[in-house]
Write a protein that binds this ligand. Sequence first.
Ligand code: GUN
Ligand code: ZN
Length: 428
Amino acid sequence: MADLILGQVLSFSADPFVEGPEAARLDSQGGVLVEGGRIIAVGRAGDLRAAHPAARVHDHGRALISAGFVDAHVHYPQTAIIASWGKRLIDWLNLYTFPEEMRFADPGYARVVAARYFDLTQANGTTSACSYCTIHPESVDAFFTEAQARGARVWAGKTCMDRDTAPEGLRDSPQSAHDDSAALLARWHGVDRLSYVITPRFSPTSTEAQLEALGALWAAHPDCLMQTHLSEQTDEIAWVKALYPTARDYLDTYERHGLLGRGGLYGHAIWLEEREKARLREVDASLIHCPTSNTFIGSGLFDMAGLKADGHRIGLATDTGGGSSFSMLRTMAAAYEVAQLRGRALHPSELWWLATLGSARALLADDRIGNIAPGMEADLVAVDLASTAAIEQATARAEDIWQALFPTIMMGDDRAIRSVWVGGRKVK
Ligand code: GUN
Ligand code: ZN
């Protein structure tokens, strides 16, 4: 049976960074008809009701109906160490992250955390995510198994680390990283809504031999995405320069091993040199902005305005648990604050686009998710624009949708997420 979801329907016909707020379309009395996991029709509520009298109606009144949020860079194994106090990147990895990731040698623990991760993020309106797992292949099985049971479109990969900069017990080898990744790819890639992502953690924890092996794996499977970290903190960049003395820059440690290209996802990308920016743009790679992480770990201020103006492909992400929130609303707020510190106020349409269609585009999946249009997969949220007393009073005199939406972007949390549909199935 078809479902007819009614409310203020927000969708995009273009990129608002290019076209301005007119790139967004709002139908204040709109409807979305969903059947078989897909969006079948979009239009006026009254027209859709008349044309589909048998559909089950979900009337959300003044709530905003949007594509679900797409989180383009997360570490689901770091769910339990979110908001760990007092460290910058390298110490934070050693003190909190690596000990927690070691626990994923236990497949039972991996299953528990994977389920908890999806419970927390779906409650926040996130319908798709691209996750790092741990070095343990079972951590990938746990994530994909949970996503498959929930019908979610996700991306994930085994995190590869073989250098002695990673602790004993959390290291693989060039050969095992290649072979385990290849086996997981064969098991999961393209099954239901699941996609495998080749995942070298970052240059400081891989040997050149491992980067080479994973570059070869990507060349053999060019339809896969590849994810890693790039130029997050200045201390990290100095470390890369010491470990790779002949590399031209941080990006070159990837580039010379076949790990630069379209479908490459480069997390953080804050302290880029001109050559790096030019090459990333030239190959049409994806940069993933993780603003709550960048402020929480003290990394720096991503140049959204400059990089978008230069035509870079950019997605938005929580980076949990380096990021301090599971909410893409909070993540949009942090992106706004970071951009303000660089002198550019991002428009609500730009923030919403980044959290939905922009991230989908960064994952090369904007033909399937991240927008509301006939034929797209039915990952949707209904957002209450007056979910708390503070937000309600701030929107009382709103004169347009952006004034009505911005307080929810800045102050909203999971209470604003009234309903969530994943693949056409209501999960909240
Ligand atoms: N760089 C390498 N690994 C990580 C990680 O787990 N989190 C963050 N924020 N940066 C990283
Ligand atoms: Zn990360």
